[in-house]
Structure formats: C-alpha cells, structure tokens
Ligand binder design. Sequence first.
Ligand SMILES: NC(=O)c1ccc[n+]([C@@H]2O[C@H](COP(=O)([O-])OP(=O)(O)OC[C@H]3O[C@@H](n4cnc5c(N)ncnc54)[C@H](OP(=O)(O)O)[C@@H]3O)[C@@H](O)[C@H]2O)c1
Length: 319
Amino acid sequence: MTNTNTHFTASNIPSQQGRRVLITGANSGIGFETALELARRGAEVILPARSLDKANDAITRILREVPHAKLTPAMLDLASLASIHAFADFIDATFPGQSLDLLINNAGVMAVPQRELTVDGYERQFATNYLGPFALTALLYPHLKQQQGTRIVTVSSGVSNQSKIEFDNLQSEKKYNPMFGAYSQSKLADLIFQQELQRRLTSTGSPILSTGAHPGYAITNLQISGPQGKMPFPMRLATAILKPLASQDAHHGALPTLFAATSPDATPGGYYGPSGFQEIKGHPVPAKIAPSAKDEALAKRLWSETETLTGVTFHLRSR
Ligand SMILES: NC(=O)c1ccc[n+]([C@@H]2O[C@H](COP(=O)([O-])OP(=O)(O)OC[C@H]3O[C@@H](n4cnc5c(N)ncnc54)[C@H](OP(=O)(O)O)[C@@H]3O)[C@@H](O)[C@H]2O)c1
C-alpha cells in the first residue's frame, strides 16, 4: 500500500498481470517510461504511435528491458478524426468487447511556433491535446471494463493553472499564443475533461475512475518536437534557464501518471503532480486544480461544444 505521504516510485506499482493498457504517445518521453514500467509489472500494452515504425521502435526498446512483454503496435494520429475512428475500428476488431483495463491519454504537442490547422481544420494543439483524446476516449469507452480497477488517466500540465477557456477563440482564430494560449488552453481543457468525466462516471454508477496527472517539468522531446522543430524564443530562453535548475528526467516525470494509473490511493477525480516548488519536480502528490477546472457549468458547455466539434457523442452507460 502506498500513499501520497510516502514517496511513490516505480517499485510501488502494483502487479499489472492480466491487465491490458493502452497508452498514447508511448514512443517517447513520459509515455514511453509509463509503458516500460507498466510492462515491467506485467501489463499487456497497446502502443499506438504516428507511424508503425515509431511504435515498433518503442517496442524494441521495451523488449530489451522486459523480454517477455506483450506489446501491440498500432497507428494513431490524434490530430485526425479519421485516424482516431480507424484506430477505434482496429481496437473493435482486435480486442472486441470489454477488453481494456486502463486508457492513458498522454500524447501531446507543445508550443507549435506558428498557428497550424489539422486536416479537420482545427488548431493543432487544441486538436491533438484535447479534441483527439476526448474523441478517442468516447469511442473506446465501450471497450473499458466496467469493474473496479479500470481507469482513464488524462495527462494535463501545470500551465493549466495559467489559462482560461476562450469559447470565442478555441481554435486561436482571433489570437495565437503558442504556449500561454493555445497550449495552456488545451491542457486546461484536458483537466476540465478529466474532472467532468469523473462526475459523469459517478452519476451513471460506473466503477471506472477518471484520474489525471502532470509531470512538472520533465526533459523529453516535448520541448523540441513542434512540427517545425523549433521553439519560439521565450520558450528557448525559459528552457535554457530552467533546465539545469529545475527539471527531472522522463522516468520521474512519468511517476504522477503511474500513480494516477495504478496506485490504490488514487481517488476518483484525483489529479497528481510533483511535490516540489511550483510542482516542477518531486514525488507524486495531489496537484493544484485550477478553479476553472472545477466549474461545472463551464465543463458542461465545453463537453457539449467538444461533441459538436468532434462529431463524437460520448455515451456513458449505467451498470
Ligand atoms: N515534459 C514536460 O515537462 C511536460 C510538462 C507538462 C505536461 N506534459 C505533457 O506530457 C505529455 C507527454 O509529453 P512528453 O513530455 O513525454 O513529450 P514527448 O516526448 O514529445 O512525447 C509526446 C508524445 O505524443 C506523441 N504525439 C504528438 N502528436 C501526436 C499526434 N498528433 N498523434 C499521436 N501522437 C502524437 C508524440 O509522437 P511523435 O514521437 O510522433 O512526435 C510522442 O509520442 C503531453 O501530454 C504533454 O503535454 C509534459
């Protein structure tokens, strides 16, 4: 048994034998570390990536450490609704019925320098970080086991505390600010979704938990992987200053996610981040939830707007 007063490490992850988990963005950074640790504890892991090569590369790296791991590669581009539907069809065909114990919405992009639109015409960060995970979760929901222990984990960010939802600028159509605009809004939307999802699960009597996490500041590809491969100057400056002082590696950045995904002490709607100053690094503890992420009217409005934008209605059934 672990709790947030003791330091949760990967060694505290309960056995995952017999559990099938799906992690987006598991070919890199925090998602990769999450997949590795869950596989080490016996989970079967589905790793969808933007190409099969990337998924298979991650599988090769995990198998080096966990030779008998059961791992399934797949393709998924969260910035494309067609790709999300195709991936959901793949899950329908390959893992029919209530086949999943854990869904971790981890994939994301940060601070894309110039405003870009996806194939569906949505701003890339809002689409990848929020609309896509919402649609994916809704489409995969029928595959989640309606039993104790099943969880949906959504990865947000500390910058959600410095944001607001601008319904008249959801796609940054009026003003584009790569980090403290489009990115932070998308990560606040993730947190609002995670909280609202728990309320809806509870109201339908579902035993599934919706938990959330943020990694603080973890050194991963996120800081360099905008589609144009470069960050705006303020981000480069902030990174150069903060990196040596206050950051953790991807393994430690994954611990809040692993706590939210596996700890018996995670609570319904619980949101976890690092314990240290400004939640930048440290062991997993309950994280600060932005007041707007607790605003139920705002959450309902965003949910409804998201169903319209994605064309995906999220049906939660009663037990
Ligand atoms: N690192 C931090 O300090 C930090 C702080 C706060 C929050 N976060 C959050 O943590 C999560 C993981 O980020 P990370 O730091 O591990 O970054 P990362 O190393 O860049 O990993 C991001 C993952 O998301 C995938 N991805 C990006 N766009 C995608 C798309 N359109 N469809 C499917 N997958 C896509 C990437 O795939 P490719 O390899 O194909 O690009 C990669 O696997 C993100 O949600 C991020 O917002 C990170």
